[in-house]
Structure formats: structure tokens, C-alpha cells
Design a binder for this molecule. Structure first.
Ligand code: GN1
Ligand code: MG
Length: 363
């Protein structure tokens, strides 16, 4: 189906002038819809139904979360069209359109005049990001909703180990034999990681509404450098708030790239970590429990470890999940994320201390 025809399936204002590809997410395909004067522009996405299922429930999750945040933004005198995503329904009122190939499409309003960053280059930016994620969590902290688990076991390491064992047993493309060392990285930390997840399973860590993909380019900043809005809500789920802190730290503190071929570039930047922690805790201190706070530093290791596992597992599986740009891309990602994990492990005591000190400064 032609992209302009697809756009016409949604309740858009104005006339569609152009639909162009945007960015390069690993999961969805994203386009911008440009309309004529006086109407907003839009984001059109083909949602990946291999990853998220069922898509209608995912859109429902997003709607529940964004409507809740919208009320808060309005109550605070903010701009409900800029400070939170707005889902635009299809002409039949559904939150998605299903095309003739059974692909699902969804639209939201494009928030104009924003800045995004691919890396948290300065502590100031990291601090702002921490406030952004903290504020997001704070706004949904009183939302008592059971969202549909559209991506089962997303940050659940017990579930990941189950997938891991299955993939290793199958070894579908015969890559396992050459990966004894990398597989050892995963196996040697298994108990430690399961021990953390047990705290969630036994209720020591509370269940909250969480974003689950807190990289810095999922935050829109305004031209003045203030956090405007957290985007990419596909993975909003009921889980532990620590996923969001941990994933942000995996992403923000990396001095190299997620797939850096030069491991010398990769390490954890403590100043970036501290700045994020400060921004985050300023916004969340009022509701986080002592146990959540106690495990903040650990969550950075946890999510980074999980990402090592996921990239390596996808490589062994023959690259079915993440889009790749070269045959060994997932292995390159695995090694780079492992280097980051090692750097966090080396600095772990200091990471924990930074949380305690930040807290003391806030009291
Ligand atoms: C995926 O597509 P993107 O970049 O938003 C993935 C995250 C990973 C990330 C690795 C649903 O996110 O969990 O951390 O790639 N999202 C999903 O860069 O699997
Ligand atoms: Mg995402």
C-alpha cells in the first residue's frame, strides 16, 4: 500500500503533502507525514508484530499511559500536545490501522522544534535526562493500571535464560562452537542476575508502570534544553522502575558506541552516571522505596548484562531479532556491551556510593 494512502487511513488534519522515512530504529519502521499549513505533522510507524503482540493491546497501553500523563500536564498548566505523545486514531476510531498484508500502522502527532541527542555528552545533559525519566515515572506512579504484557519477559532474566537455553540447544546456524568464551560471560553471572530478579518476583521490589527503553534519544528536549517529553512508549509495561534507571545508565554512561568495534572506546563514565542519578532521584525520591534505591546501581549492571545476553543470543540464533548491518554485527554489539559491563563491575562500589551521597544531598 502506498504510504500516502496509509496516512489517509488516519484522522489527520490538513492535506498530506509527503511521507518520508525517518531514523533507523532496530524494531519498527518510522516515517514523517508532512501536511499543509496550519495542521500538525505526524509520525507514522509500522509496528513490529513479531516483537510486540498483540499490537492493538500495545496501542491501548500507550493510550492509557498518555491519557494519564495528559491530565497531569493540563493540571500543571503545561502543553498537552507537546509534553506528552498524542496518539491519532484511524478513521474507524481504532488506535491502529491493519493493512492488506496484516501489518499494523499507528500515528501520533509530531512534536515540532525539538532536539534529540544520540549520546549524553555532558553531565548537564545526563542530569536533564535523569529528570526526564524520573518525571515520567513520577507522573505514572499513581496510575493503577494493569497493562497488557505485549512483550513477555522483556527485562525478566529468568525468561531470558529460558530463551537462551533453547537457542543454545538448537544452535540453528552452528555458531555456538566458536563462542565458548562469550557464553562463559553469561553463564558465570547467572546466579547473581537471577538473585536480583527474585526481588521483583517476591515483591521486595514493587511493580510500577515503566518505560523500558530509556535511551537518551527517546527524550525530546525543547530548544532551551529542557526536557519536553519521553517518546517511544511501545514498551510501557508493569515492571520494576529499576529497568528504566538501569537501561538509561547502560546507554548514557557508555563512552563508546553500543556497537563500537574498538573496545578501547567503551567504558562507564562516572560523571555521567552521577549526574543522571541526581536528576533521577530529585524527581523520584518521594515515592521510591528503600529497596529500589538500594538496587539502583545494580540495575545498571543487570540491564547491561541482559543486553549482552540478548545480542549474543540473537547472534547464535542467526540474527532474527535485531536488524543488522554486517554479518557479525550482533557479535560486535555483544563484545562492546560486555566491555561496558566489565567497566561497571570495576566501578560498582563507587556507583553505590554515588547513590548514597546523592541521597544525602537531597535530604
Ligand atoms: C531495541 O528499537 P529500539 O532501538 O527502540 C530494543 C531495546 C534494546 C535496544 C538496543 C523492543 O530498541 O530493548 O535495548 O534495541 N527494543 C526492543 O539498542 O526489543
Ligand atoms: Mg524502542
Amino acid at each position: 500500500m502506498d504510504l500516502k494512502d496509509l496516512a489517509a487511513k488516519f484522522q489527520l488534519e490538513g492535506t498530506v503533502i509527503d511521507v518520508k522515512a525517518l531514523g533507523e530504529g532496530f524494531i519498527n519502521d518510522t516515517y514523517t507525514i508532512t501536511t499543509g499549513e496550519g495542521a500538525p505533522n505526524y509520525i507514522l510507524q509500522r509496528k513490529n508484530k513479531r516483537v510486540f503482540s498483540p499490537i492493538p493491546a500495545m496501542m491501548e497501553n500507550i493510550q492509557i499511559v498518555t491519557s494519564h500523563i495528559k491530565k497531569k500536564v493540563i493540571a500543571a498548566g503545561g502543553d498537552p500536545l507537546r509534553e506528552v505523545l498524542t496518539v491519532v486514531p484511524a478513521t474507524d476510531g481504532k488506535l491502529y490501522f491493519k493493512d492488506e498484508d496484516d501489518e499494523y500502522w499507528a500515528v501520533c502527532i509530531l512534536i515540532e522544534d525539538t532536539i534529540t541527542y544520540d549520546a549524553a555528552e555532558t553531565p548537564e545533559l545526563s542530569y536533564a535526562g535523569g529528570k526526564g525519566i524520573g518525571k515520567f515515572q513520577s507522573m505514572v506512579s499513581d496510575l493503577d493500571a494493569q497493562l497488557t504484557d505485549i512483550i513477555p519477559g522483556f527485562h525478566n532474566i529468568r525468561y531470558r535464560f529460558k530463551q537462551w537455553d533453547e537457542v543454545l540447544a538448537k544452535d540453528p546456524v552452528g555458531r555456538k562452537a566458536g563462542l565458548a568464551e562469550e557464553i562463559g560471560w553469561i553463564e558465570s553471572r547467572k546466579e547473581e542476575m537471577l538473585g536480583f530478579w527474585e526481588l521483583y518476583e517476591n515483591g521486595s521490589l514493587p511493580t510500577r508502570i515503566t518505560h523500558n527503553d530509556t535511551k537518551i534519544n527517546n527524550i525530546l528536549f525543547d530548544k532551551q534544553g529542557n526536557v519536553l517529553c519521553v517518546i517511544d512508549l511501545d514498551t510501557v509495561l508493569n515492571s520494576t522502575a529499576l529497568n528504566d534507571f538501569g537501561d538509561a545508565m547502560r546507554y548514557y554512561t557508555n563512552t563508546g558506541l553500543e556497537d563500537d568495534p574498538n573496545l578501547d572506546n567503551v567504558s562507564m563514565d562516572m560523571a555521567i552516571y552521577k549526574a543522571f542519578t541526581k536528576g533521577y532521584l530529585e524527581e523520584t525520591i518521594s515515592f521510591l522505596t528503600d529497596t529500589e534505591i538500594e538496587y539502583l546501581a545494580f540495575s545498571a549492571k543487570y540491564i547491561t548484562y541482559e543486553q549482552v545476553l540478548r545480542f549474543l543470543m540473537d547472534y547464535i540464533d542467526g540474527d532474527n531479532y535485531y536488524k543488522i548491518k554486517s554479518p557479525d554485527h550482533n557479535l560486535v554489539r555483544t563484545k562492546a556491551q560486555y566491555k561496558l559491563l566489565q567497566s561497571m563491575e570495576a566501578q560498582y562500589e563507587e556507583m553505590k556510593k554515588a547513590v548514597v551521597e546523592t541521597l544525602a544531598g537531597l535530604k
